[in-house]
Design a protein around this ligand. Sequence first.
Ligand SMILES: [Zn+2]
Length: 142
Amino acid sequence: MTTYVKPLPAVTEQSRPFWEATRERRFILPRCDHCGAYHTYFEPWCSNCGKEGVHWEQLSGRGRIWANCRFHKQYFPGFEEPYNVVMVQLEEGPRLMSNIVDTAHGTLDEMPIGMEVEIVFEDVTDEVTLVKFKPISLSQEV
Ligand SMILES: [Zn+2]
């Protein structure tokens, strides 16, 4: 594994199950015990109903691009511009910020809003496996 120079997420007691799951190629998110809302943050409370109590639930890892953009300025070390940042609306409802990989050029034409995508796992350190997305059409060519 080459040295990873981009900023890394903090693995906390609350987020550790998420990072352990991504290492095992499983995608889980916290879900409210009371109202069923999924969360893309790691807290024991629900921003939807205000109650405390969440559990982990596995998601399909499939969704559609909800918003896309291309960054032409380096805001953080290690990011070679231009690079894409997308918001993916997951099948189960929540939206997650990520990147699209496995495109020929990484241009916005290759990742239009509404395009179906699926999760890919990228091992960047021994502890951290990041969640990215790729167009579903590419994975069907195998
Ligand atoms: Zn709730």
